[in-house]
Design a protein around this ligand. Structure first.
Ligand SMILES: NC(=O)c1ccc[n+]([C@@H]2O[C@H](COP(=O)([O-])OP(=O)(O)OC[C@H]3O[C@@H](n4cnc5c(N)ncnc54)[C@H](OP(=O)(O)O)[C@@H]3O)[C@@H](O)[C@H]2O)c1
Length: 326
């Protein structure tokens, strides 16, 4: 009996250790540090909300910062705000990410980029049956096609940079880019699209020492969210209620820390971390500890996910039943 207990305890201790060693050996790409000091950080949508918070923090970490958005007035106000808080001047570029020629011109003027943060985004929630195709197209064009435009314009000089230190392309997704949410058909599609772009692109640019990050914030207090909430369907509020809510500064801090460590997936809060483990799929993972967590919790997290779906579909059913009664 004592021999059996000894063998059982050894197995319980040895199996996780063997798995950890195995994961340590196989996780790819390898871990990396991406410095920001004295490097060029280019942030789209940098005049407001999360992008502006990123500009503040990157400037205070000693980066040379450029921001791009449509409104020159908002860009100048953002420039003044960053100067006031950090004493540093950011470069501003007024252009629409939907206009490839304008974006290319801005990128040429700005000079070679070390860290590109594709953060611009528009979100207009509505059920697809009610939403105009113009709005659907607007979200896909700005959020997804705009990301292609930015990356396509910046990539040649990023690949040929003289500074051969690791570089980064970070894409601002959303928790609605990890799980489809009622009222976000177009928005979720645009953000899910970023994931496919990111996974494929990482394989294409790893040889150039360029590292891709995908950031998944929950609801975040920004001017964009204030506008979005005016249009949010009631059921969207009910379903999205569990995602938490953050300050733009905290999202920017988590995002920059993730970018600096080359994390492919960057969650911003505890719920986001759970969601990231649940949706890990075949995405790259640099951390063998995170990989370990993904492997050992996969089953239980799937059960938690199914419970969420059960609650959401129950809410939808009750909501429709109530509408029928009134
Ligand atoms: N806030 C949230 O709850 C939340 C949650 C998850 C993910 N996100 C994502 O985080 C990112 C930033 O959101 P935010 O809440 O900070 O938004 P925001 O406050 O509305 O700021 C959006 C920024 O994008 C710029 N922009 C919009 N359309 C553009 C275009 N066509 N070309 C160039 N720039 C454009 C805006 O400037 P102009 O209007 O002057 O162009 C502004 O600088 C978005 O990708 C969003 O999807 C936000």
């Amino acid at each position: 009996m004592a021999d059996f207990n000894y063998a059982f305890i050894s197995l319980v201790l040895l199996l996780p250790l063997a798995l950890l060693i195995f994961l340590y050996l196989i996780v790819r790409p390898r871990s990396v540090n991406i410095p920001l000091k004295n490097r060029h950080v280019f942030i789209t949508g940098g005049s407001s909300g999360i992008g502006l918070a990123l500009a503040h923090q990157a400037a205070s970490e000693g980066a040379r910062v450029s921001i791009l958005a449509r409104s020159l007035k908002k860009l100048e106000e953002a420039k003044d705000a960053v100067r006031l808080s950090t004493g540093i001047d950011v470069a501003v570029f007024a252009a629409d990410v939907r206009d490839y020629d304008a974006i290319s011109k801005a990128v040429d003027e700005a000079g070679p980029i070390d860290v590109l943060v594709v953060n611009q985004g528009v979100f207009v929630p509505q059920e697809l049956a009610e939403q105009d195709m113009d709005e659907v197209k607007f979200m896909l064009d700005v959020n997804l096609l705009g990301a292609f435009h930015m990356i396509k314009a910046a990539l040649p000089t990023m690949k040929n940079r003289v500074d051969r230190r690791p570089a980064s392309i970070a894409l601002m997704s959303s928790q609605a880019g990890q799980v489809g949410v009622y009222g976000y058909t177009a928005y979720s599609a645009s953000k899910f699209g970023l994931r496919g772009l990111a996974e494929a692109l990482q394989q294409e640019v790893i040889g150039d020492n360029i590292h891709i990050s995908l950031i998944f914030p929950p609801d975040t207090d920004t001017p964009g969210l204030v506008e979005e909430e005016k249009r949010r369907p009631e059921l969207t509020n009910i379903i999205a209620a569990g995602g938490g809510r953050m300050k733009a500064e905290l999202v920017a801090k988590k995002a920059l820390n993730g970018i600096k460590s080359g994390s492919f997936i960057i969650p911003c809060n505890f719920e986001g971390a759970l969601l990231s483990v649940a949706t890990a799929g075949l995405s790259p993972q640099r951390s063998f500890l995170m990989a370990f967590l993904e492997v050992v919790t996969a089953g239980i997290i799937r059960i938690v996910g199914l419970c969420f779906q059960w609650v959401w579909y129950d809410s939808i059913q009750k909501w429709h039943a109530q509408k029928k009664r009134t």
